[in-house]
Design a protein around this ligand. Structure first.
Ligand code: 13P
Length: 249
């Protein structure tokens, strides 16, 4: 039984005051939502406010990135121990926007994932193909390469603690959702990669989230796919009512 994870990625939106206001509205809407885990990933500057606002609730807080070192001369980076110290429990790693604009590679994704695990955070590792990859029939090859160069470098014990997010880049912020069938097919392909490298038990238990234009009106049909173990929501996670309706699909 894979417990769904309904997660939100706020990207570069909201101040601490806006974070507090979000949770004041959101918390009561999901207080009975025991069917899933709920994780919200605000910008680093709001982690403190988010952790304070969710105290005593079923909501967890995550970062949107994590430095691979414990500490050191890495201007602009935030380390695992720092994220943990503020009370967050998860970290998104390898989001396509980081790959596209900030030179994130499969190699650095692996280093960040190892760091998250070393410091006791749950990594949500993102993979996904570009529109050109999908149109040229290369989706599975691209995902296989991301897998092989990235998370395949983990040990079995490490792999057992991660969450994978499949986010087709052409579906992010575009209003184009992958159809439930496309998403489920692709999740199956990713699970096959996992099986090949880490075995059947790992493949059966790893949670694979879908991300890309998830909205209140398509969450239910996506979540109806047995292959889809939750969602990673961008735009629609910024509004408490709309994200609560996704959580309670
Ligand atoms: P949207 O839900 O805005 O398409 O963003 C998806 C995403 O990138 C989540 O990480």
């Amino acid at each position: 039984m894979r417990i769904p994870i309904m997660s939100g990625n706020w990207k570069m939106y909201k101040t601490p005051a806006e974070t507090t206001a979000f949770f004041a509205k959101f918390r009561p809407l999901v207080e009975k939502s025991s069917h899933c885990e709920i994780v919200i990933c605000p910008p680093f500057t709001n982690l403190d406010a988010a952790v304070a606002a969710v105290k005593g609730s079923n909501i967890r807080v995550g970062a949107q990135n994590i430095g691979w070192a414990k500490e050191g001369a890495f201007t602009g980076e935030i380390s695992g121990p720092m994220i943990l110290a503020v009370g967050a429990s998860h970290a998104i790693i390898g989001h396509s926007e980081r790959r596209q604009y900030f030179n994130e590679t499969d190699e650095t994704v692996l280093k960040r994932t190892q760091a998250a695990l070393e410091f006791g955070l749950t990594p949500i590792v993102c993979v996904g193909e570009l529109l050109a990859d999908r149109e040229s029939g290369h989706t599975e090859a691209v995902l296989a390469a991301q897998f092989q160069k990235g998370i395949a470098g983990l040990t079995e014990q490490q792999f057992a603690k991660i969450v994978i997010a499949y986010e087709p880049v052409w579906a992010i912020g575009t209003g184009k959702t992958a159809t439930p069938e496309i998403a489920a097919d692709t999740h199956r392909a990713i699970r096959a990669q996992v099986r090949g490298k880490f075995g059947k038990d790992a493949a059966d238990s790893v949670r694979i989230l879908y991300g890309g234009s998830v909205k209140p009106d398509n969450a239910r049909i996506l979540m109806a796919q047995p292959e889809i173990d939750g969602v990673l929501v961008g735009g629609a996670a910024l509004d408490p009512v709309s994200f609560a309706s996704i959580v309670n699909f």
